[in-house]
Design a protein around this ligand. Sequence first.
Ligand SMILES: Nc1ncnc2c1ncn2[C@@H]1O[C@H](COP(=O)(O)OP(=O)(O)OP(=O)(O)O)[C@@H](O)[C@H]1O
Ligand SMILES: [Mg+2]
Length: 336
Amino acid sequence: MQDPLSKLRIEDLTTSNEAMARCFQLATLAATSDVPVVLLGETGTGKTLLAHAIHNSSARAGRPFIAFNASALSDTLLESQLFGHERGAFTGAQQSIKGKFELANGGTLLLDEISEMSPLAQVKILRVLEYGEFERLGSERMLTSNARIICASNCSLRERVQQGKFREDLYQRLSGLTLLIPALRERLEELPALIATELKAASSKEGKNITAIHPKAMEKLLHHDWRGNLRELNHTVRTMTLFCNGSVILPEHVVFPPDLPAPERALLENGKFVPAFVSNSNEANDATKDFSLETALKQHVRIVYEQANHNQRRTAKLLGISRSTLARYLREAVPN
Ligand SMILES: Nc1ncnc2c1ncn2[C@@H]1O[C@H](COP(=O)(O)OP(=O)(O)OP(=O)(O)O)[C@@H](O)[C@H]1O
Ligand SMILES: [Mg+2]
């Protein structure tokens, strides 16, 4: 079966949430150029999906989309995965293989969980990005790759740089455009539409004729914290479809996964991911979300500041305000 992501384009994605719409706008912009892109968002928010959409909407559509996750590889395996190897390059290398950079030539390379990459991986990637050249393990022949780089991370790369865990020079190279994908609990207004789409698909797949959701069931869905984001939502909708034998989803059909996978839960509970556009996490979890203009203004300042790579002059220009006004906003909007 063909991977549904292989054809997905940015214009196929719809949203009623402003921050998400901003994200799609930036994604559209990213698709018109080869500028490196960083996708930031909690697990399950749709980083991989958006990376595919950017690729498919770009001039590189039709060329390979290669995803690479280097977080759990030994150093030899990592080099061989990134750059390929010749037969006999190391024990067990029975045939030569192409690396991800070579495979992604002309296309897009998604570097997933980039913040978890080892220091060695960071150096190796930086070298290719700087010189555009690399060699397979066991070969001296220089190869080139013009792969467009998209990185995904569920924690702030800037914080990792500040903690000394991520190279500043690599961070600078990678962060052309930074897209912050909001967590699902920050865009609850989207829930009904997202549920309707997934329910229709799941219902037809299971051969059921589900036509409505009981208000109490919807209330249950709206009050859930959705720490697993879209992944958890889709899973929940599929489960409730299975439980429902009539035409209406009832509250008892809405069952949440007892636990998220342990690493994801740990990541969120350690507060490793703090979305830049939420001033504090209680605000995000609170059903009485703050819709005041003042909060919206602070969020906007933070987003633009992030997009401008923390360059205050550019941020002020983009916002159309003086640098002293910006400095005042930043003191309030981006607490240190
Ligand atoms: N806008 C969307 N509409 C419907 N489904 C979505 C949307 N965004 C993501 N999904 C679905 O949610 C699931 C998680 O998405 P994805 O894998 O892109 O998240 P991720 O941010 O890359 O997660 P991780 O950090 O774990 O890699 C996928 O099944 C994807 O198809
Ligand atoms: Mg992903």
